[in-house]
Every structure is written in structure tokens, then in C-alpha cells.
Design a protein. Sequence first.
Length: 317
Amino acid sequence: MHDLIPEHWKRSIKRFLLGLDAWIDFSLFRSASGARESYERFSTFMDRFHVSGWRRWLNELLSEGATLGAFGVVVLLALAIPAFRETSDDDWLKKSELAVTFLDRYGNEVGSRGIRHNDAIPLDQFPDHLIKAVLSTEDRRFYEHFGIDLPGTARALVANTKAGGVVQGGSSITQQLAKNLFLSNERTIERKVKEAFLAMWLEARLTKNEILKLYLDRAYMGGGTFGIEAAADFYFGKSVKDLNLAEAAMLAGLFKAPTKYAPHINLPAARARANVVLSNLVDVVAAQDTALLDELEELVRQKRRDLGLADRNEDGE
């Protein structure tokens, strides 16, 4: 039987395969040699940066810190995305329309139902003692931090750990505003993370006074009221501009727990909370302006006597 492949074809195929094998071997050899030379040149270059002793340990520490820092940035960005989705509404400052006002046929108001809310009073018309009472109790470093009061948070964490429960809040006014505007009241880690990012977002978009004004206008104050102005009218029948020190202290005490300290629900607890606010106000004035301390202490004592606050603490003892 004759061979199906001609003899000269076989010789050509063999020569081709031998040439291919030689070309592959040479390519591998040349690649390996090039890689070795490149590695040697890289090693020679890196030898210039060789350190030993304490410098090596410092270099290792900085390298590990950079690695962990980069990882932390990625994690923070991943956590920030859900928080910033809360601000997707262009009109994120809009108010909830949950109240109905009844007018007579001449356009005069005859009554209303639903929440009470009034943000028409500018911040510069708020009594100075009201602003100081709120800041001394809710956020003493408000004008100093970037939305998150790190020393205050650490202090609250230590106090709560020692007490075995929540006895001191660590949220700044900006964080509380972020919760009021965008989030719910649920106590979860996810909400706290969102709250922190949204607080920094608010600080970047608004001035400190704008943040404070929004906080005073949007916070729930008990009795179906939102904001200081509505609360002043509901509890004392007057505008926030006309609040005296004792009344301002009682309203400033509502931010912590408006249902618990609302005077129309629990007057002794409201008075005790106002006492705490007045004490905080004295501490702040003593630390910032000693010239006003004597005058304020006398005013505090007088207002305590007017409201029967003497010898009371927050537990009503």
C-alpha cells in the first residue's frame, strides 16, 4: 500500500516543526533573560531606598497605615452612598404639610388642626439666653466642630459605658438636624453612620447659623408642635421673642425627650429638666464670661423661685 503523504512533504513538515521548536526555545530564553535583567535593574534601583534599624520600622508602620487608610476610605465611601441617597430630593428642605387651617368667609383664621409649626421668626430675634440655653445643653462646641463633635462623642461613650446604658447623648446639633430632616428615630448602627455623613454634608452646604435655625424650627417639641416658636405659643401663649430665662430653659430641655419633659404632661419632670438646663447655662457662662456670672446666677435663682425649681434635680427629687 503506497504512503499517502509524499516523501518531500514529510521533509518539509519536519523542517517546519524543528524551526518552530527552535523559535519557541529562543523566545522563552530571551524573555527569561529580559525578565532577569529587568529584575536586576529594579533591585539595583530599589537598593537606593533600603533602610534599616528604626527607619525600617517607621517605613513599615507608614506602609501599613497607608494600606489600612486606603481600605478605610473605600469602606467609608461604600457606607456614604446610602446616606447621600437620602438627599436626592432637590427640595430637601421642604416642610411636611400635616396641618389644616380653617378660615372664615373674610379670610380670618378661626382654627387649625394637625401639627403646629411656625418658622417665620429670624434667628437674630431669638433671645440670647434661649440660644445659650440650647447650646449649653445640646452642643457646647457647636461653632467649633465640623458636624461631629469627636470629644463629645468620646465623652458620651465613656459615660454610657460606665453607666451600663444611655445616660448621655453624643450627637451634635447638626447630627440631630440630619436625623430630623432625612432619617427615622430607629436606634441602629446604620442610622448612626448615615447621620454622621449627612451631618458633614449639611455643614458643607449651610452656615452654622442656618443649621441652628433649622434645628430650632424643625425639632419636635411635644404637644404636636414643631419648632421653638410654635412651642412657645403652645406652652406659654407668647412668641419666642418674649420668652424669659425660665421659660427658655424649660423649652431648651424639651429637645432631649419632648414627650417625657412636656410641661402639660409631666410638670415636675419639666421643671427638673429646666433646672439642669439652667445649671448648664451657668457652667458655660462661668467658662466663657466671668463678668456675667454673678448677674446670671442671681437671675437663675430668681427664675427658679418663680417656677418652684429650687432643690430639684432631673429625677424630681
